[in-house]
Design a binder for this molecule. Structure first.
Ligand SMILES: [Zn+2]
Length: 153
């Protein structure tokens, strides 16, 4: 099965193929400048279509791999940041950026992750709350955005 893991240090998404019982298998972040250890139990991106999935990667200095990935939204292989930007422009799409209301929670998440160890149950519980809070804020904003675009008559 495919799972997305979100890096606690740089925010990059790493896709892994694991069986159901590999919850605690340690995987390295795909960002070559980071390679932080992650496990599915700790770092699974539950809200795959919400936080940081599209658009800018968070984290200072960390560079995501823009080249050579398949973008399901654009329906094609992306060969770099500029290529992606051109494609989006051609399709009249806007880049998704996280907004401050979401960042508030993801920043807290990053803080907790960087100040706790993998087996810290209390920190894990707090981190989960941050992920859920961020997803809730994003979901509400997505819904609001749909209503904003709806024709009014
Ligand atoms: Zn990372």
């Amino acid at each position: 099965m495919f799972f997305d893991l979100i890096c606690p240090d740089c925010g990059c998404i790493t896709e892994v193929v694991q069986s159901a019982d590999e919850l605690d298998e340690v995987v390295g972040c795909q960002n070559p400048d980071c390679q932080a250890p992650m496990t599915r139990r700790r770092n699974r991106l539950w809200s795959g279509n919400n936080i940081a999935m599209h658009g800018n990667c968070t984290g200072g200095g960390g560079s995501c791999q823009w080249a050579g990935y398949y973008d399901p939204v654009l329906g094609t292989e992306i060969n770099g940041k500029e290529h992606r930007r051109d494609l989006m422009k051609a399709k009249n799409l806007e880049e998704y950026y996280t907004d401050p209301d979401v960042d508030k929670h993801t920043d807290e998440l990053k803080y907790i992750r960087s100040h706790s160890h993998l087996g810290d149950a209390e920190a894990n519980a707090e981190a989960d709350k941050c992920v859920k809070a961020a997803a809730n804020v994003q979901r509400k904003k997505n819904i609001d955005a749909v209503f904003d675009r709806a024709p009014v008559d």
